[in-house]
Design a protein around this ligand. Sequence first.
Ligand code: BTN
Length: 240
Amino acid sequence: MIMLGSVPSTNKTAAELIRLSKVQHGAVIVANEQTQGRGQRGRSWHSRPDLDLTFSIVLLPDGLLAEEQFMLSKVAALAVRDTVSFYCAWEVRIKWPNDVLVDRRKVAGILIECELEGDRLRSVVVGIGINVNSSEFDEGLAATSLRMEHGAPLVREQVLDRVLERFEHYHGMLRSGREQLSEAYRQWLWARGRWADLLLDGEAVSGRPMDVDPHGRLLVEFEDGKVAVHGLDRLRFAPR
Ligand code: BTN
């Protein structure tokens, strides 16, 4: 475990350490503060120093194919989901691809960045941000924190230990238990089997998320009864 004070982004630090061969598989880089935290789709990720958790797990996967990358997304999302669920009374689900929501409120985000070597993954950085003790969010953000859900402040190190324990649990399923891993992801998929507002190529559509395919694309049933799979390049949940 590498504990840092303030860095631009733990994902960036992790990538640099990988490039310099200064980290091993399983290393965890934690920062008390990120000044340029990165989110999905080029967005930024804001967290509060001393209050929230921002960390990156380094994986040097042995021969995992690039096309199997979404397996790691499932591992990370389930690990965070289990952890959040431990502290919350509400149902905690995974909004495709890997946001973790308490009811409809986002409590954690995951950003996975990979380096490829041919058709294999050479290195993977699994960046995780969890709102632990924050209690104020930008207006209009449907966000929450573990503290707000739990009703009392939490010790960040304990939350981190729990995530890492669950991460190891689900990561072990990559060897023998991929079906079980996928089943767990499907079980906790947010809005599964329910009509949800989506944007397909920018157009508002209604669809029922059912599952993800092996590439991590969402399998959706549309109002005309057709079922299709779409990736993040075309499909997303409509912002609320
Ligand atoms: C998202 O929901 O948009 C993903 C947010 C991911 C944030 C984490 S915090 C630790 C790691 N370092 C970063 O710069 N981003 C990820």
